[in-house]
Design a protein around this ligand. Sequence first.
Ligand code: TYD
Length: 138
Amino acid sequence: MLVPRIIEFTEIGNPSLGFISVAENNVNIPFEIKRAYWAYFTPNYVKRGGHAHKNLEQIVFSVSGKLEIKTECLNGIKNSYNLNKPNFGLYLPRLVWRDITFSHSAVLLCLASELYNSEDYIREYTDFQKMKHDPSIS
Ligand code: TYD
């Protein structure tokens, strides 16, 4: 079953200098990065996400501020992740429903395994629910 997981990235540096963290294709992340995007200036009463993807894999970071990411897998298991450190990413495999709340001034950085494709989105929660009963999906 495809489940999200937190990936910790090494912090290179020290408090007096600051830190760098690095993501490298197929080294410390499980896919090749084809796209990066970032979301910002999201009011904290707005929920983003509200979809799953058929094939896309992603790692989501809160490079500034805090993100609350609620997930649901096809097995029905729900989780909530509070991302508030830039060296922790949430790996989202395909077929995971996500709802995202931003703190004031939070910046979400996403590394993605595919180019943007609107056809890859499952935007209706009822369609996602129906996939739970589809034996051809694992
Ligand atoms: P979307 O992924 O729907 O964000 P959310 O579900 O959090 O609201 O993206 C919002 C808009 O941005 C949508 O019109 C598509 C566009 N978009 C792109 O053109 N390219 C991209 O890589 C992404 C992520 C979004």
